[in-house]
Write a protein that binds this ligand. Sequence first.
Ligand code: PEP
Ligand code: MG
Length: 596
Amino acid sequence: MRVLEGIGVSFGIAEGRALVIRRGERDVPRYRIGPAEVRREIRRFLGARMRAREEIGALRERARRTAGERYAGIFDAHQAILDDRGLGRRTIALIRERRINAEWALTRAVSELLATFGGLDDPFFRERGGDIEDVHERLQRVLAGDAPTEAHDLALEEDTIVVAPTLSPSDALWLHQPRIAGFVTEGGSRTSHTAILANALEIPAVLGVERATELIAGGEHLIVDGHEGRVVVAPPDATRKAYADERRRLEELAPREGGWAVPVRTRDGRRIRVAANVEFPEELETCRRVGADGVGLYRSEFLFLTTAPRLPSEEDHFAVYRRILTSAAGQPVVIRTLDLGGEKYFHEVLHGGEANPVMGLRAVRLCLRRPEIFRTQLRALYRAAVGHPNLRVLVPMISSLEEWRRVRAFVGQVVEELPSGERPDPLPPLGCMIEVPAAALEAPRLAREADFLSLGTNDLVQYTLAVDRANAAVAHLHDPFHPAVLELIERTVVAGREASVPVSLCGEMASDPLGAITLVGLGLTDLSCNPLVIPEIRAVLADVDAGEAARTVARARRAGTGPEIRQEIEQAFLPRVRALVGEVRLEPRDGADPPG
Ligand code: PEP
Ligand code: MG
């Protein structure tokens, strides 16, 4: 058995046989043309563009039918690249001036365009580079007279797992068919369009597996664990059984006829709310199905993904917020204002090229610097709240009381500017994210001036421990059980309690069963996690005694180091948690083999 590590981008587990696609670089024909052939080459290019437009239109329609309108928008981005006047003009100019054939001219024009993207560090731009390459490949294929990939009739076996260097969003749609159980790619990231589609279409997938097409042979037996980002090659029977049990357990845990807000109480009767973190309105259906206690975090910056390259308009914001608030059927919905910058998406109008973007002009800092962007979002949010008292507004990355006061004052001003019929009454609660250590230390003062606090452990750990959350080389140091992190969480909980202000938590820590128990032990009763793990987190918490969790966490914290704290908590709870959640999901992520 070999275990390959990558990025798990959709939560399912698949088992099957590998179909390895080793896509060679397309040989782009390059030849010089005579003056009499210039018009012919331009016509060939324009003809190919027209054909590609039809193909993308058909894919858009297919995406709309299978995944929903929001995902179909990905192909609008492809259409926009195809119709980009700069790209078309440059290709034609190269044919005309350099006297080269259409394929060669197109390659050169695309490389020039990509060079402007490649110099930017932000993953958003890098991903858009991937979209340009996808469109480029399509145009070259049409020029070569080949059939589209999605029409390729590979003689597929049942339970095929596709292993490829990269897969484009168009490929991801092609992969959405009964014989394909999952896929593995060498390239790609969590924010790529391919990852987003895999998640929406519920295809188990692991991306970013280095040299996957060399290390996996065609026909080899594979398990793709989209949960943990692992590919198990040639698993022995014991491992296959462990994964089969895990799949069954996940299926059984998911309530078939769920509904919103299925209650969960710990053994000693403490009510714990388990809400969902979402990025797209389509996920609300999953939230309802798994019995989420509303939406604990909607990351509004994902809206940029579907409107890029333009900024979302007030109406774009409004339509999405209304849709989420309506779909949540009265359950509380926390919409977080834009957290652009840092490692997150950002748009070309927002400035780039910072030396240290994670500590730079990110989130609320960017919103205060660019009030027109913040105002557009806030107007839409507060207008959407009319008739929807379930909205709560959350502001990310607050690092001082002055900053919080500036936000409150700005929000007050925007609300004043709204016509009276579009001003909600009462105003939605306005909450402050606690994800910078300074904010956790200032929590007693912030709690007096905020309507609620929400801890974001992903960033709180990053900033407390000086560990870049996006850097794999230091991922083992990103430890939510570190005593300094637990202390900041506890201080925030106490500050909220003393000021009678609700405190919730929406970092990934709540999606880890032992993390969730620890948080309950620290006094939290309001968690928000990935919707797909809600059934197991709920099952685990229903089996825990909150008093026992508090005693265990207090004892463990005396132990000293993060790993020792986790170990103590494991010793107390792991056997019971294992019975509920299964072994596979509990294995430490780094370097460990799954059981078997
Ligand atoms: C966090 O930082 O914990 C959080 C929930 O926000 P994000 O992951 O979007 O930065
Ligand atoms: Mg954060």
